[in-house]
Design a protein around this ligand. Structure first.
Ligand SMILES: Cc1cc2nc3c(=O)[nH]c(=O)nc-3n(C[C@H](O)[C@H](O)[C@H](O)COP(=O)(O)O)c2cc1C
Length: 186
């Protein structure tokens, strides 16, 4: 292991190193309308119940839809959908029907009214679990109440945002350090 030579770095850009969770698409439904937004700022908060914190800016149309319906689906896209993922992030459901414009298929979910995005590798049906961070941070704490995951491939080519228009596409996998884990940590 070598020490790195370092320089001062702008604090507002440190997110580039901390955001490697996959970019996801959040689908929502309210009063007969559906919508989708692109989201990178999410965080696993608990195993069981399965809690995920999601930052949905209050200026987004999705914010109102998710806040009112108290539900959403977190969909995990893969690299083949990257262009669509960016376009979904560039547009607002206030102006366009993103399902129609981007030709995505919505499948009914089992536990929530928000639709599953068929083209995505995984779909997690979520119910709002804690609303206390919404007013202060625009953070919704969801419980995943039902999960649908593709049977193959084992390792999806998910996309991870590095800022400045760059994505990292998930790459190599190794179990080389597995024996170092305490069993309860696996
Ligand atoms: C790569 C990427 C990541 C994004 N991450 C977030 C995020 O974590 N939270 C957020 O509120 N908006 C995020 N956005 C912006 C929203 O996707 C964008 O504002 C979207 O158009 C909102 O759509 P809506 O108005 O239909 O809800 C991201 C956009 C891109 C392209």
């Amino acid at each position: 292991m070598s020490a790195y030579t370092k320089k001062d770095f702008p604090t507002h850009k440190v997110r580039r190193f901390l955001e490697p969770g996959p970019i996801v698409l959040v689908s929502s439904a309210h009063k007969g309308k559906t919508n989708i937004m692109t989201m990178g700022w999410h965080m696993v908060m608990e195993f069981s119940p399965s809690l995920i914190g999601c930052l949905i800016s209050s200026g987004n149309h999705s914010f109102e839809m998710v806040k009112a319906s108290r539900q959403c689906v977190i969909n995990v896209p893969t690299a083949d959908l990257a262009a669509t993922v960016v376009k979904i992030g560039n547009t607002s459901g206030r102006d366009v029907d993103k399902f129609k414009v981007f030709g995505l298929s919505a499948r009914p979910a089992e536990e929530v009214r928000a639709p599953l995005l068929d083209e995505c590798y995984a779909n997690f049906e979520c119910r709002l679990s804690d609303s206390s961070w919404i007013a202060k941070y625009n953070v919704f704490v969801f419980e995943v109440v039902k999960a649908h995951v593709a049977t193959a491939p084992k390792y999806p080519r998910t996309i991870h945002y590095r800022g400045d228009g760059e994505f990292m596409i998930s790459g190599g996998n190794t179990a080389r350090w597995r024996r170092l884990f305490r069993p309860g940590m696996l």
